[in-house]
Unconditional design. Structure first.
Length: 291
């Protein structure tokens, strides 16, 4: 009887350990239910984080298994804080070629340092200078870490350029109008700004085309990185989460944050490993207003 109780207790401990382990390392899949999305949305006043990172308690970084068989992995990095062209009067700038602030450069460097722990086959970038800075930091740290990259330079994709705000560039939120912006976010294409402005559906189409081109370049079992922008990352993440384009404006993507998605080459399944992870490195909080 005593031996039976010992064996039973041991078995229960194993079961308890197994569930605790799974709670720490199981990846969050893209098939999140609507109630769970709503719950996550309530947790973020400034946006929805549908796939928060499951963190390693020792290193304070996301737990991330190797790329599964038949999958490819993409790390999506948003550029760091920029110098808003409106100065003390924050304006929308979209695809304008604005520069990173000194803090933004430090943020980009920290994101690159985090990615140095992974072998990246390609480092892709938007053509805008704020993204190219971060991409070159990522590539440089791959070289330092001894990575064998397929390219000696970053790969520029026009499709990863930020959403063009057209005639809204240089205007404040009040000048555009909150109601007008709300209609835009809801994909009312009748309010798309002139002078080359883009809607979210238009952005989504070109971004996913560029993403697919990068996936074609990436080997099965391999990983690549994209350094781009808020709306570009939202476009790819919303697609991975199965969200409608009208919902993407609510996704939280911090400056110089990293989102990770795995893509199955056999089924087309997309698995969101984590969203908007930002390495904790003691930097001050960035200003992230009009975009």
């Amino acid at each position: 009887m005593t031996l039976y109780l010992i064996l039973l207790c041991t078995w229960l401990q194993i079961i308890d350990y197994t569930y605790a382990f799974r709670a720490h390392v199981s990846p969050r899949l893209s098939s999140l239910s609507t109630p769970l999305r709503a719950q996550k949305a309530d947790a973020w006043a400034d946006g929805t984080n549908a796939a928060p990172a499951i963190m390693c308690e020792v290193e304070n970084v996301p737990l991330l298994d190797p790329v599964p068989a038949s999958f490819k992995r993409i790390f999506m990095v948003r550029h760091g804080e920029v110098i808003n062209p409106g100065g003390d009067r924050p304006v929308f700038y979209g695809a304008m070629d604005v520069s990173l602030s000194p803090l933004g450069e430090l943020e980009a460097t920290e994101a690159a340092s985090y990615l140095s722990r992974y072998h990246l086959q390609h480092v892709a970038s938007s053509p805008l200078v704020r993204a190219k800075f971060g991409a070159r930091q990522v590539l440089a740290r791959q070289t330092i870490a001894g990575g064998d990259n397929d390219s000696n330079d970053i790969n520029i994709f026009e499709g990863f350029k930020e959403l063009d705000r057209g005639s809204w560039c240089g205007l404040t939120l009040d000048e555009i109008g909150k109601d007008m912006l709300a209609r835009f976010d809801a994909c009312d294409e009748s309010v798309t700004p002139g002078d080359g402005g883009e809607s979210y559906p238009t952005l989504l189409g070109r971004v996913l085309k560029a993403r697919d081109e990068l996936l074609e370049m990436t080997d099965v079992g391999g990983a690549s990185a994209i350094v781009s922008h808020l709306q570009v990352t939202r476009a790819m993440l919303s697609d991975a989460l199965g969200m409608d384009v009208t919902e993407m404006a609510g996704l939280k993507i911090g400056t110089a944050s990293i989102t990770c998605v795995d893509y199955c080459t056999e089924t087309g399944r997309q698995v969101v490993r984590f969203q908007s992870f930002k390495p904790e490195c003691g930097l001050e909080e960035s200003k992230d207003g009009a975009n």
